[in-house]
Design a protein around this ligand. Structure first.
Ligand code: BGC
Length: 249
């Protein structure tokens, strides 16, 4: 493996902060995956401490890529629905580079990261048409591809459904917080996918996040979706792998 292709991928989430070293050519993790719970309150300073600790555990001094659960533009956080409000306006790219003493840092949306990884190395490989990768976790993230080209920063977990923001209706966290069984939650996810398929004319949904490890629990209820639905192949690692692949922008 060429050292030049090694990047530390960081996945900041509403529940956990995860990282690993990634060979960006092969899409493989070349270290163990390390994780810390997202600090509460999830302020930028507290999350940065966690990220630095993960870097220490990995013994890494080099380039890094970071997926963030919200909208980042020109390196700064614009929206972060599932983190502390003090993130708004935070210079994430600049602070990360300084804290990690990294030669280069690239950042982007966490679902875009997962989407890039699934597209290059997983269930989206070589698929033409409109492909939407959704990540189901604390919220719902979306990454939309047309013939392999990503339309960045879509926020389709925020479409309205039954008078609610969709992610409050069908995210994986809703299944646990509301104590829904797999059937009830699976039907909610079915409704969500039907709605989005109608809006975008999706050809393939790739369902990611931790739940993608157990597709047998809920795929039987995704009956009405008028297109193919597949489980993400890289599971929860997609967010880390894709973060390491972010181009600098
Ligand atoms: C955010 C998205 C993010 C998703 C998954 C949503 O609440 O708006 O930007 O991708 O959660 O973390």
């Amino acid at each position: 493996m060429n050292e030049e292709n090694r990047v530390m991928g960081i996945d900041i989430g509403g529940t956990g902060v995860k990282a690993a070293l990634v060979d960006t050519r092969s899409g493989e993790m070349t270290s163990e995956r390390v994780r810390l719970p997202t600090p509460q309150p999830s302020t930028p300073a507290a999350v940065m401490v966690a990220v630095k600790e993960l870097q220490r555990q990995l013994g890494w001094q080099g380039p890094a890529g970071c997926g963030f659960p919200g909208l980042v533009k020109s390196g700064s956080v614009q929206r972060a629905p599932n983190l502390d409000p003090s993130w708004i306006g935070y210079d994430l790219a600049g602070r990360l580079q300084a804290e990690l003493e990294a030669p280069r840092v690239a950042i982007g949306n966490d679902a875009d990261a997962a989407g890039l990884a699934e597209f290059r190395f997983g269930a989206g490989k070589g698929v033409a048409g409109t492909v939407m990768v959704i990540t189901l976790g604390t919220g719902i993230g979306s990454a939309v591809f047309r013939d392999g080209v990503l339309l960045p920063d879509t926020e389709l977990g925020h479409v309205e459904m039954r008078g609610k923001v969709a992610e409050k209706y069908a995210a994986a966290s809703v299944r646990t917080s509301k104590g829904l069984n797999w059937k009830k939650w699976g039907r909610r996810l079915n409704d969500y996918l039907v709605h989005v398929e109608y809006l975008l004319g999706v050809d393939l949904f790739i369902v990611g996040g931790g739940v993608s490890k157990k597709p047998e629990k809920f795929f039987p209820y995704l009956k009405d979706v008028g297109c193919r639905v597949e489980a993400a192949r890289l599971g929860n690692a997609a967010g880390i792998i894709g973060a390491a692949m972010f181009p600098e922008r």
